[in-house]
Design a binder for this molecule. Sequence first.
Ligand SMILES: NC(=O)c1ccc[n+]([C@@H]2O[C@H](COP(=O)([O-])OP(=O)(O)OC[C@H]3O[C@@H](n4cnc5c(N)ncnc54)[C@H](OP(=O)(O)O)[C@@H]3O)[C@@H](O)[C@H]2O)c1
Length: 216
Amino acid sequence: MRIGILGATGPAGRGLAARLADVGHEVIAGSREKAKAEAVVAELTEKWGERVARITPGDNSDACNADVVVLAVNADAALDTCRNFAEELQGRIVVSMANHLQRNGNEFNAILPPHGSIAKEIQVLLWKSQVVTAFHLVPAAEFGRLDEAMESDVVACGDDDDARNTLMEIIRTIPDLRAFDGGSLENAVGMETFAAVLLTINIRHKVRAGLRLSGV
Ligand SMILES: NC(=O)c1ccc[n+]([C@@H]2O[C@H](COP(=O)([O-])OP(=O)(O)OC[C@H]3O[C@@H](n4cnc5c(N)ncnc54)[C@H](OP(=O)(O)O)[C@@H]3O)[C@@H](O)[C@H]2O)c1
């Protein structure tokens, strides 16, 4: 599968790029500045060698040229980035992992836009794309440690059954990362707001917890 990542220079995007390349996907790591993506890919190559050979650096426009495009830009920039690339993203599966959060003292709270979630807002902007969501609760560092097993579960949401199933198939290509069907985009708000709860737990308990479902 050819997978583009917008904002692949951040911890989440670069970690995901490395994991996906390691299991055989062709990854285009995008950035607003191609040179920044090149520097990140060089760092990953120095650390992981052939395991990340399938990552190609590019700008965000290059990263849109893929079957599936992951939006891994800073959450504050997610909507503007979608506006900027709406045309390039037409007809593609677009994955949002954005948690739009605000820190208030020793807790995080979710900031939800008028359509109820960042994911729904993105689907309104990208009405010619299939918007799906995943990875909200996977710590970036967990993706980045290729020599350690994944411990998190991932819940995928989206209105288009084929797009959601394609995303879950991609997730399941990463060893130990379990994918669960969370239903339509209506439910993405659950993941976006739970991220605020999870980060609050992490602050108050001084841990780095992720999500693992029991009974399955
Ligand atoms: N970090 C985590 O553990 C984690 C876990 C789950 C989900 N997430 C979600 O994953 C996404 C990425 O997280 P992150 O921590 O990697 O984010 P980040 O480091 O804050 O930002 C990622 C990239 O976004 C790009 N960016 C920053 N400002 C921008 C702007 N104004 N316009 C366009 N692009 C901009 C930058 O890339 P360039 O400068 O190269 O363009 C940056 O490297 C967020 O939505 C976050 O909520 C993060």
